[in-house]
Design a protein around this ligand. Sequence first.
Ligand SMILES: Nc1ncnc2c1ncn2[C@@H]1O[C@H](COP(=O)(O)OP(=O)(O)OP(=O)(O)O)[C@@H](O)[C@H]1O
Length: 968
Amino acid sequence: MPTADREVATGLPPGVAAAREELTPMLSQYADLCAAHGDALVLFQVGDFYEAFCEAAEVVARVCEVTLTERSDSTGDYPMAGIPIDNAAPYLESLLDAGYRVAVGDQVEDAEQASGLVDRAVTEVITPGTVVEDDLLEAGTTNYVAAVAAGADASETADAGPEAPVGLAAVDVSTGECLVTSGDRDAVAGELDRIAPAELIAGPDAPAFEPADAENGWTVHEYSPDVFERRAATERLEPYLPAPDRRFEADAELRAAGAVLAYAEYTQGDDGPLSYVTRLRRYDPRDRLRLDAAAQRSLELFENRGLGASDTLFDVLDETSCALGRRCLERWLRRPLVDADAIRSRHDAVGELADRTLVREGIADALAAAYDLERLVGRVSRGRADARDLRSLHATLAVVPELKATLAGANAGGDAGGDGVGDGDAGNADRPRTDHLRDLRDGLDELAEVRELIDEAIAVNPPPEITDGGVIREGFDDDLDDLRATEREGREWVADLEASERERTGIDSLSVGHNQVHGYYIEVTDANLDRVPDDYRRRQTLKNSERYYTPELKEREEEIVGAAERADAMEYELFADARERVASETERIQGLADALAELDALCSLATVAVAGDYVRPEVRDDPDAGVEIEGGRHPVVERAEASFVPNDVDLPRGSVAVVTGPNMSGKSTYMRAVALATVLAQTGSFVPAQAASLPVFDRLFTRVGASDDIAGGQSTFMREMSELTEILHDAGPDSLVLLDEVGRGTATTDGRAIARAAAEFVHDELGATALFATHYHGLTDLAEERERVFNLHFTATREDGDVTFLHRVVPGASSSSYGVEVAELAGVPGPVVERSRSLVAGDAGDESPDGDVETGSDGPDASNTPDAPDASTGGSDTPPGEEEEPDDVSLREFLAEEGAGDDAGRGDAVADGDAPAPDDGSNSDETAGDGAGSDLANELRDLDLARMTPIEALNALHDLQSRLDDGG
Ligand SMILES: Nc1ncnc2c1ncn2[C@@H]1O[C@H](COP(=O)(O)OP(=O)(O)OP(=O)(O)O)[C@@H](O)[C@H]1O
């Protein structure tokens, strides 16, 4: 979240306020704008610069790193700082990053035409959530401002608790997209996480919503509470949709929608309704797979947390050709579907595009020429588009006939063979294969009249300015052509003048020129002045020459200048008129933008499916359907791992798979791969597997190891527990739950008890389908006690002390965590590793022999699969919570963790395998040795590792180790 630079208040700078009586007219105008925009920093146009004065100037100078100058006038001396208008974007970005809203005070009349002070007005308030400038917006992303509002009985809402309805509305001011929904506090919090607005304005009685990720979250801004009033909101919405009070289910929705549009209008210069906001889409969060911020983060959908490969799922999926498609794909991935037919329909289209290589490539090539239609049409209807924008719009419209033809080819082609992908362009039947693509093709609006209008009206390579002429194409308007012809002929006449005057006067060095101040002139050197004709009038005297004009030249000049000026003005009018005519088709252009975006997103999914060898999942909407995947892979990790090992998944509905195995063996990767397959399938994508049959889940929960906050100690555990709380409250039979190392943020005994109780609750009470990775091997005996709990584990082999991870999942429970080996692999110093080994040996006795653990006597019982749930497990015999963990296990836990990094070591499991650890006290003393060693052992025992940060623990360990080396 931007750090608001709040040392100096926005609005009227104190220095300007103090001198209010003595201000010059210009500063007085500045003061008025500041006073009217008390929540913003006003940038005030003075010629080619945006200026700020007094304390505001100091802010601009500091934040934008520009020079602070001093201005003197009748007001006195005061600071001033400015940024160039031509290159304002980076400076505006710095101000936004520093937490400011910027009110742009533009000159709104031509300085040359103004009699006296130039009129200025705030034309736009730039805020993080409402920027529309391309330079400040990332291509292909959405940028929302959102509003949250309480319902009609607002005064009661604050006390009404978390169940009271909250309205949420979000608008992307650059494209006009507007979403409206409502739900209880938790549902709205989840939606906010998903929408990820850049800015949030909250109604007077709305609950406070904090972003889950403070770094990338939204800025909360205060805004006038009046706009949240029911009547004000209704009036605000009327220009956007008829009878708004009847269109919204919840009163809170109406208020949120009215408020967010009030704010959006305010930031766009308060010029009335935003004509390009043509659709307010109401939706119910339950119509989409609910993925809260924790799930989005832990599955690394959009943000890489540096735990594995460097990409995100979105990076893997994004093969889009244009910004429209990229934004659409992002929306899809943030909001996967829950309607099985809609999912299948997307799969149909992806399948067809995957099969038709030439068609797919043709579409991708065509779309690569498409500009960001949504943002273009936004600029057109805001009256901000220039001639180049209209040309970009034309280039994008020109793509449509080509796309239609290409798609016609797709539909005319035959079936290339089942659900396999990338089978080529075989066959020639003339029946459309998928309704989805056929509908898309039929819906592509060519907007031929708009395309023709732009083509006829706008010059092919227009200049950036629309006021200086050159933007209207010749032949579009006869009057304009006449004026341009007059101008051209005049210039040609002037061009010929030099030769004719030389001939007439006999002065070979005579020249004809032009400058801004004096216009056209005839220049004669002093040596030839005696030959100057009588009709020459002196215009200017230079050092060695004189400049003249003739009455005819003057007349011609006036003709040229007059024609040029009138032509420029006329061009502007013609341009504005053309722009308005295009703007009147905003809704159709937005419809086309939607279709192009969808086509691009589908093509992207198809390209990824072919390149990544994905398969179309069977989507089952019967309530008993479970997850069945053959040869499943993790779509992101497989790109970084040259030899990724595919694994099968057989997770019946409502079952809980307890996944054990060594550190680094692939447990988390496996569990995430299952969740990602669900997300991909419900997004409409194929999945990385040989075969997959998947149910439609309505919510996906993740609670993944407390590994990302190493200094957090207690608070990390608190967060872990509050995430767990949410799952245990909200998950149900249609939820998929991933629990990864629940309980590891606290002391082993407590953690283990919590893990077990949570697993039991998920199974007994929630009936959710769950994967539960743990190093608490005792949990595996749940499989014996609960009908739908079964064990899976990951294998490793150990030869000559070297551990090899096979990354292969097999039924049954695991025996060892290999925490010490992982610590060694990670480079923990030899003496510490050796000492750990001897401690492990002391604990485990002879029960964890070296060698292949997969098939050894302490290996898992392969029969304990969902098909054979009654088989025995390899888990501990002692129920968790009842067994006192030997104290030195905590040391090993720490060693493994420190050594293997965040995702690796969870060493508690070393003593937690099949073989129960020997009883505590005596063993610890024994392994620690006599004398100094036993003192050290006592000190070790007394360390309260659960309350230490890893760094503190490492220091303590280092100290003990040095004393051991020194003989105590
Ligand atoms: N199926 C696989 N094929 C190849 N490599 C894999 C596979 N699964 C995981 N890996 C590799 O092993 C690493 C560790 O995997 P992962 O984090 O899933 O292990 P883990 O068992 O959850 O570890 P820990 O218990 O220490 O958290 C991954 O980063 C990846 O590089």
